[in-house]
Design a protein around this ligand. Structure first.
Ligand SMILES: *Cc1c(COP(=O)(O)O)cnc(C)c1O
Length: 350
């Protein structure tokens, strides 16, 4: 730390991203990326856009915003496009978390929420999940804090129903409720249809998981036009060209492939159930995941040991040191072939 660092940031612990090792080829099941490469039209669109990299990208992201609005059945004014959904989440922490109320999220959830809170000086309340890692809706009723809920949650994979989300929205009308739908395409119901009814709802989504574009860094938020306007105020006050022109083009091309995207999601869901069954047969306990990962533990081996032994054999999964989940590993669902290697390797280790 230099002597120049702001007093306010001296205690900041940054987010730890999953490993992206460059040294050898792993079966990479640690950061919930898609195993499917972007389609050819997507790569071509990005390459075409590269020819115009001397120009700034469109700060309004107009074409992409229109196409997203069509895709999700909302108006252009209901959408903001960001550099990954991490950026719109950060904007929400900047915009909607008055320090007296602060923000709240489950204790076991996306590790970036407490970091965004800390970097923005927002008090952050962790609300414990139940013993079985599900959310107790009662804990969120009338909370009067800005609420961040990943649905499905990560790394547990459990999803709330729309009815449960509505109860939370209904009882927190004076604060924003952010529903982070990074994994919604793998089996949960989207809350987007509720934005007309609830002006306190912000839904965030990403191209990183179901749409094979993690490296492109593309996310978006859907909400009332007032919330979107506030978020845009922050965007234009930090980085109006937040999404680069190659990514804008890639995103637009991706939205022409919705059928293929859905098919890929169905494959992932099928592979998830296949892998879950195989691990259950090996004695693992798994949560009921509606995401593109599973969350598993075994009585025969600790989470960290399994992670290390898999890594030594070329299979990368994610382990979290948090006390409540240290016995678990989170395994991204890949192709059938990748999952067969995972299952076989786990078998050998046991
Ligand atoms: C992956 C993820 C995100 C953000 O991903 P981006 O790549 O920044 O779009 C947000 N929330 C959760 C819960 C995630 O797992």
């Amino acid at each position: 730390m230099s002597k120049f660092l702001s007093e306010k940031l001296r205690a900041l612990t940054p987010y730890t991203p999953g490993e992206q090792p460059q040294d050898m080829k792993y079966i990479k099941l640690n950061t919930n990326e898609s195993p499917f490469a972007p389609e050819r039209n997507v790569v071509k669109a990005a390459a075409r856009a590269a020819k115009r990299l001397n120009l700034y990208s469109d700060p309004e992201c107009k074409k992409l915003v229109s196409r997203l609005a069509e895709t999700y059945g909302v108006k252009n004014e209901n959408i903001i496009v960001t550099n990954g959904s991490d950026e719109v989440l950060n904007f929400a922490f900047m915009a909607f978390c008055d320090s007296e109320n602060g923000a709240a999220a489950p204790d076991i959830s996306y590790g970036f929420y407490p970091v965004f809170a800390a970097v923005n000086g927002v008090p952050f309340t962790k609300i414990p999940l139940k013993d079985d890692f599900t959310i107790d809706i009662k804990d969120y009723l009338g909370l009067n804090k800005t609420i961040f809920i990943a649905n499905p949650n990560a790394p547990t994979g459990f999803a709330l129903t729309l009815d449960q989300i509505e109860q939370i929205l209904e009882s927190n009308k004076e604060t924003v409720v952010v529903i982070d739908e990074a994994y919604v395409d793998f089996g949960a119901s989207s809350a987007v249809k509720l934005i007309e009814k609830y002006d306190n709802l912000l839904v965030t989504m990403t191209f990183s998981k179901s749409r094979s574009l993690a490296g492109g860094r593309l996310g978006f938020g859907i909400a009332s036009k007032e919330i979107i306007r506030d978020l845009n105020t922050i965007r234009y006050s930090t980085n109006p060209y937040n999404v680069n022109s190659m990514t804008l083009a890639a995103g637009l091309a991706t939205l022409k492939n919705e059928k293929k995207v859905r098919k890929n999601c169905e494959t992932i869901i099928k592979n998830r159930e296949y892998t879950a069954n195989a691990l259950r047969n090996l004695g693992f306990y798994l949560t009921d995941s509606k995401a593109n990962f599973i969350f598993a533990k075994s009585d025969k081996i600790g989470g960290e040991e399994l992670y290390l032994k898999l890594k030594a054999r070329g299979v990368l999964v994610r382990h979290f040191k948090l006390p409540r989940i240290k016995d678990f590993v989170r395994i991204t669902i890949g192709t059938k072939k990748q999952m067969d290697i995972l299952i076989k390797t786990v078998e050998e280790i046991l």
